[in-house]
Design a protein around this ligand. Structure first.
Ligand code: SF4
Length: 144
């Protein structure tokens, strides 16, 4: 069984691809465990298991996400990262990591997409003649 206690992490596993071997719903190709599932659950002391955080460059071309939901009091939001190392176990942003092919479990808090060009993209947006100054919600889907 996968570890449920990894030092410094909230989630002890990637629920879709480790526990149930269910494929990511957004992926067309998946790896299914056979009789030998040791590659999924290596023989190791769970309390010694350590998962380092990896940072990836996110090459998003725009920085603001727009919504037209009538029950959300802002139109634009900005997230400089995707994933969050704080890893709060209750975080509603976890499933959004599945859009990227990651899991909402351990991946969410250990594989962080960084929008390094966020300041430039925001500046470019503000300089558009069509931009109307208004409230922008920051980091609703990750920590600032
Ligand atoms: S985005 Fe907020 S709630 Fe979610 S893991 Fe990060 S700090 Fe916790």
């Amino acid at each position: 069984m996968p570890s449920e206690n990894i030092k410094g992490r909230s989630s002890g596993f990637n629920p879709l691809n480790e526990l149930s071997c269910q494929p990511n719903r957004f992926e067309e190709i998946s790896l299914v465990a056979g009789d030998d599932d040791s590659r999924f659950f290596p023989d190791e002391d769970p309390t010694e298991r350590k998962v380092e955080t990896k940072f990836y460059i996110d090459t998003s071309k725009t920085i603001l996400a727009k919504n037209d939901s009538p029950d959300i009091p802002f139109t634009y939001s900005l997230n400089p990262y995707r994933g969050c190392e704080h890893g709060c176990i209750y975080c509603y942003a976890r499933p959004s990591h599945e859009y990227l092919g990651f899991s909402s479990g351990l991946d969410f808090e250990t594989k962080i997409m960084v929008k390094e060009n966020a300041p430039e993209l925001l500046h470019k947006t503000f300089m558009k003649k069509s931009w109307v100054p208004q409230i922008i919600a920051l980091s609703g889907n990750t920590d600032c």
